[in-house]
Design a protein around this ligand. Structure first.
Ligand code: ATP
Length: 363
């Protein structure tokens, strides 16, 4: 296995579109790194540049310490699993998995042994004689992974491999790929637009937007300490709520939300953070699980509930603050109905403040 390093990589397409804008980062040996971001953010282009399927306009890419800019895709010792599986329909599962090895002139006995091995790992032994059309979506996806696996590459690249599967199968394949990573101790670079996949699978996540990296971190750090407003809104489902408001210190440190009559007292621990923002507007971010039913306690916000969504183990309520839609996750025992008023309380331990202009987290 190997590490992968990006050094000031940019990709500008012929139409002058800057798909990737001067990114630098390193993926460690045996690490599972997920590139995530909205459609068009440049994540697939980044992956394709590792594979050599796309040439970078500037900068250098290293695999295992060696600059691969001028190395052909086939000689980069990587294996890629595509969204559409790209299986050969006229070949059996065995032949699909063996194909790359045959081309590399591996001897027949060794090919059989390698494919058997991979089939065992991926639970495909019973399916080796079938053609792709005789397989379910999940099984086809496993064959596509198997075809990468037999190559024993330095780096595995996955490009949205689960997006053609239904929701249940996606969850199952997610855990299978995570287990496979642990078993193989492989270096994996995985592209998805799905933040849940990123959160659950990655050792680290790279969040991209408009060709730029916004944050590289572990899933938990990213959830708890998003670097800016974009990452805060992108990571986590349902998304973080945002309120604009003013910081005051008249009667203790307070956040006064815009457009509603409320004063949210803030503990001293935020004093230093908000020191230079007194009298100024900031954005307060609060995750849906951190604005909950105040119950008997004094509430921070009184809101009118627009929609109630019972999820079984919790309920989501939707409401407006200053014309912005907000969402709270409440205990299922909370018996609130649409068009009713409810008092909500913010968890003071988990407040996120952002600069209104730069949109960076105040830290
Ligand atoms: P998606 O999730 O929709 O696949 P992505 O984040 O993977 O999006 P890329 O496919 O990397 O995004 O594309 C990044 C940007 O570059 C997009 O604006 C896209 O339209 C543009 N782009 C991609 N390939 C080309 C190309 N061959 N020629 C011109 N522009 C391209």
């Amino acid at each position: 296995m190997a590490n992968v390093k990006f050094e000031n990589i940019s990709k500008v397409f012929d139409n002058k579109k800057i798909a990737v804008d001067n990114i630098s980062f390193e993926i460690n040996d045996k690490e599972f790194v997920v590139l995530v971001g909205p459609s068009g953010c440049g994540k697939s282009t980044t992956l394709r540049m590792i594979a050599g399927l796309e040439e970078s306009t500037s900068g250098k890419i290293y695999i295992d310490g060696k600059c691969v800019n001028d190395i052909e895709p086939k000689d980069r010792d990587i294996a890629m699993v595509f969204q559409n599986y790209a299986l050969y329909p006229h070949m059996t599962v065995f032949e699909n998995m063996a194909f790359g090895l045959k081309i590399r002139k591996m001897d027949k006995v060794k090919i059989k042994e390698t494919v058997q091995n991979a089939a065992e790992i991926l639970d495909l032994e019973e399916l080796l004689e079938r053609k792709p059309k005789q397989l379910s979506g999940g099984q086809r996806q496993r064959v596509a992974v198997g075809r990468a696996l037999v190559r024993d590459p330095k780096v595995f690249l996955f490009d949205e491999p689960l997006s053609n599967l239904d929701a249940k199968l996606r969850v199952q394949m997610r855990t299978e790929i995570s287990k496979l990573h642990k078993k193989l101790e492989a270096t994996i670079v995985y592209v998805t637009h799905d933040q849940t996949e990123a959160m659950t699978m990655g050792d680290r996540i790279v969040v991209m937007k408009d060709g730029v990296i916004h944050q590289i971190d572990t899933p938990l750090n990213m959830y708890n300490h998003p670097a800016n407003l974009f990452v805060a809104g992108f990571i986590g489902s349902p998304s973080m709520n945002f309120m604009t408001g003013t910081i005051t210190i008249g009667s203790g440190l307070q956040f006064i939300p815009k457009g509603v009559s409320a004063k949210i007292s803030l503990p001293e621990k935020y004093a230093k953070l908000l020191d230079s923002y007194t009298g100024k507007e900031v954005i307060l971010g609060v995750r849906p699980e951190d604005i909950v039913d105040a119950g008997e306690k004094e509430s921070d916000l009184e809101v009118m509930v627009d929609v109630v969504e019972p999820m079984g183990n919790e309920i989501f309520i939707y409401y407006q603050v200053d014309d912005k839609q907000m969402i709270s996750r409440l205990h299922p025992s909370c018996n609130v109905k649409p068009l009713e008023k409810i008092g909500l309380k913010l968890d003071r331990e988990n407040l996120h403040f952002f600069d209104l202009t730069t949109q960076y987290r105040l830290a």
